[in-house]
Design a binder for this molecule. Structure first.
Ligand SMILES: *Cc1c(COP(=O)(O)O)cnc(C)c1O
Length: 360
């Protein structure tokens, strides 16, 4: 059975995905643009997104080998970069069999490689820590690590790093990370990969042999919109419907904890989406919701399965009316600001209870 009577959908616009990929890839014509589809393709459905992109891209990336195995099982044949690398010694043989590219970032991973797989011929990436201080080999240790690697390991090696602040256009950190990276690599001349979405869009000096495109592929911006060099189209529209309508007199309250109170005779619409669907519970009164071409403010606490919205100023509202939580008409960046979070988190939080509909 596959019946969805609740009309709460994440509508995924595949032509927009392809268009975003193409216009962003054109910003770095000398780089290979890898499509990052970790975390279920940022909540868009990794298998469907990979199938769609397979005709347009030549490498995919995920965080975990488990995510890559799921894609192989679904018939995806492109090389897949595993950005957290091997998490056990056996992962090397899986990677070799499956054409997964491993991003190595710890001495332990290097030790597994050199002791157990001295003739490993799979594609390897080596991550350098240039100031993110999360994963990667410290600048001072790079030389020692590289001397441990065999000729086969070094064949085609890609040196990479990750930016901590590339979304902040006035922050000098990105340039200093690029400089640290170049200083190390000038000794070796390995192929290189530095740029994430913000790097591709805003820091052309970060473009390498490979760039790693995540968020912007989905039409969301890692930068203040005014700094985008191209127009991105949101791929996800989160949509639901009105399942309840009521009139409130002055002084009446709405929802758990009575967090909203009518200051005028009001109409409240109840909408079939809640925090169990990924609409965050910390959304405050006033968070915008798009209904019938207008913006209506959230009124009262987000429940598990529902939200309530003040639709007093919208005429001719009826049950079943469509509502957009974010997407084409309501920028996810705006919602993220209201919620004191980032578009990345909103996208990846949409839960499996929300039916995804793919528009081709
Ligand atoms: C997630 C990730 C990316 C993609 O970042 P976006 O900001 O979404 O483009 C690139 N590189 C690494 C190592 C990542 O973990």
């Amino acid at each position: 059975m596959n019946i969805h009577t609740r009309k709460t959908y994440s509508i995924i616009n595949l032509p927009a995905l392809v268009n975003n990929y193409n216009i962003i890839a054109q910003l770095a014509p000398h780089s290979e643009t890898i499509a990052v589809i970790k975390a279920n393709a940022y909540g868009h459905g990794a298998i469907e997104i990979a199938k769609c992109l397979s005709k347009h891209v030549s490498v995919l990336a995920v965080a975990l080998i488990d995510e890559a195995i799921e894609l192989r099982d679904a018939g995806i044949t492109l090389p897949i970069l595993i950005m957290e690398g091997p998490l056990s010694r056996d992962d090397f043989s899986i990677a070799l069999q499956q054409n997964f590219w491993l991003m190595l970032h710890t001495e332990q991973q290097i030790d597994w490689l050199t002791s157990l797989y001295p003739d490993y011929t799979g594609q390897l990436w080596l991550k350098i820590d240039t100031g993110m201080n999360r994963l990667g080999i410290k600048a001072d240790d790079v030389e020692e690590i590289i001397t441990k690697l065999s000729t086969k390991h070094l064949q085609g090696l890609v040196l990479c790093t990750h930016f901590s602040s590339s979304d902040e256009v006035n922050n000098p950190k990105t340039k200093s990370q690029i400089q640290s990276f170049e200083r190390i690599n000038q000794r070796y001349g390995f192929k290189k990969s530095l740029a994430n979405s913000a790097g591709i869009l805003y820091w052309p000096e970060s473009h390498g042999d490979y760039n790693r495109l995540g968020l912007a592929l989905y039409g969301s911006s890692p930068l203040p919109i005014e700094h985008l060099p191209v127009k991105l189209t949101p791929v996800m529209t989160l949509q639901s419907t009105i399942i309840g309508l009521r009139k409130l007199a002055i002084g009446e309250t709405v929802g758990y904890g009575e967090k909203w109170q009518a200051k005028r005779p009001s109409t409240i619409a109840t909408i079939a989406i809640g925090y169990a669907d990924g609409y965050p519970r910390n959304a405050k009164n006033g968070t915008p919701v798009f209904i019938k071409g207008q913006i209506a403010p959230l009124a009262g606490r987000v429940s598990m399965d529902m939200i309530t919205v003040d639709v007093t100023d919208i005429s001719d509202i009826e049950l079943g009316e469509k509502v957009e939580l974010w997407g084409n008409n309501l920028a996810i960046e705006t919602i993220a600001e209201y919620l004191d979070t980032v578009n990345y988190e909103l996208l990846t939080r949409v839960s499996s209870r929300v039916t995804r509909i793919y528009v081709e």
